[in-house]
Design a protein around this ligand. Structure first.
Ligand code: FE2
Length: 378
């Protein structure tokens, strides 16, 4: 799709392509010529202060190849492909609601039980379509399962290797989730655990978690996942002021359960970007510290919203449940999807291993696969 008309507006401070406006300074800063952008790595070679603040467009010509623009006072002419301008246009309607989500994210509830995104480890290891589909499901749903992995200690690292790198923490490169006699964390007991995100006391929080099953013959111990973005949407619908409270005041999270470790953060339970995008959830009853950043006048309403949020999260209609078999694992976006565990008995054995990783490398791998698929489709 090409633009068909161009008009210089605001005395050259901007131009309009079929009604979509671009500022002169923005266009100059984003010029794609080899003096502005390195042809080798695409990085910008100039700083903003290298561009005159008085930059205007003196000439703009459309052709089949794109838009050719001349800037004064530099008297510099550069061109932009139509596709590039379409992809980067920013002249859009403003005023999205607090808690909006991008289109590549889909919120879900227990209905997803019928179609849990799952891939086979051996197939995903080949890369390409299967791996791309699995990573894309993690982006869309914040959660996916994998089956058919090796049943051996440390195999979870091979899952992280499919897309990126593990995040080592004070719990090690990975941690064992099975009953301990003197546990340093309640996860290492047979107790049921309320749905939670891991390690909200860390900054930055680990953005992915993999939980990998090596043995699971104990009674119970099923895993559950809950989409906390869906829960936040529900809270916003029934109690908009409660949504405001949980997203505009910080809670506090703390862990000091092991010798030599004291982790403490001050972050909201529902995190929004400055433009209102819903970008993260922190929810963990075990590590919630005293909340001291909510004014006295709002604390009662804050607690009511916190309770309401917890009730939505605990509602069985929100949960996807499954029992992992040895060689199976699941991955969650730890900034979005909560995981829970039903209690289990001491009979039989339950042995999971967990590790953390991060979304930036997962999205990087996914982006590369998607680009390769686009090239192959051309
Ligand atoms: Fe956990």
């Amino acid at each position: 799709m090409s633009y068909s008309s161009v008009e210089i507006i605001d005395g050259g401070q901007a131009l309009s392509l079929d009604g979509t406006r671009f500022h002169a300074l923005w266009l100059r800063d984003n010029a794609l010529d080899p003096e502005t952008r390195s042809p080798g790595n695409g990085q910008r070679l100039i700083t903003l202060t290298d561009i005159p603040g008085s930059t205007i467009v003196s000439e703009a010509v459309l052709s089949d190849n794109g838009l050719e623009v001349t800037f004064l006072p530099e008297d510099k002419t550069v061109s932009f492909p139509h596709d590039w301008l379409k992809q980067h246009a920013y002249d859009k309607p403003v005023g999205k609601p607090a808690g909006w989500l991008p289109t590549d994210i889909e919120t879900w509830d227990a209905g997803l039980n019928m179609s849990v995104p799952t891939a086979d480890f051996g197939e995903a290891k080949q890369g390409g379509e299967v791996l791309g589909g699995w990573l894309s499901a993690v982006r869309r749903y914040g959660f996916a399962k994998m089956r058919g992995g090796p049943v051996e200690s440390g195999a979870l690292l091979e899952v992280a290797d499919l897309f990126g790198y593990i995040r080592e923490t004070n719990y090690g490169k990975w941690f064992e989730v099975r009953t301990e006699v003197n546990p340093t964390n309640l996860a290492y007991t047979g107790l049921g655990l309320q749905a939670h995100t891991d390690n909200p006391y860390r900054d930055p929080v680990p953005t992915l978690q993999i939980l990998y099953c090596l043995e699971n013959s104990a009674e119970g111990g099923d895993s559950q996942v809950v989409d906390a973005f869906k829960a936040a949407e529900k809270l916003r619908a029934v109690n908009p002021d409660g949504f405001r409270l949980l997203s505009s005041y910080c809670a506090r999270f703390e862990y000091a359960g092991a010798e030599g470790t004291h982790l403490l953060t001050r972050k909201p339970m529902i995190e929004l970007a400055p433009d209102g995008e819903l970008i993260g959830i922190r929810f963990n009853n075990r590590s919630a510290a005293a909340i001291t950043d909510v004014p006295y006048e709002e604390m009662s309403a804050y607690y009511a919203a916190y309770r309401q949020f917890a009730e939505i999260i605990d509602d069985p209609s929100m949960a996807v449940s499954f029992k992992l078999s040895p060689g199976e694992c699941f991955i969650v976006d730890n900034t979005r999807v909560l995981h829970a565990r039903k209690g289990y008995s001491g009979e039989g054995s339950r042995w999971l291993q967990g590790c953390y990783a991060d979304k930036d490398s997962l999205y990087s791998t996914l982006s590369v696969i998607e680009s390769q698929q686009k090239v192959a489709a051309q």
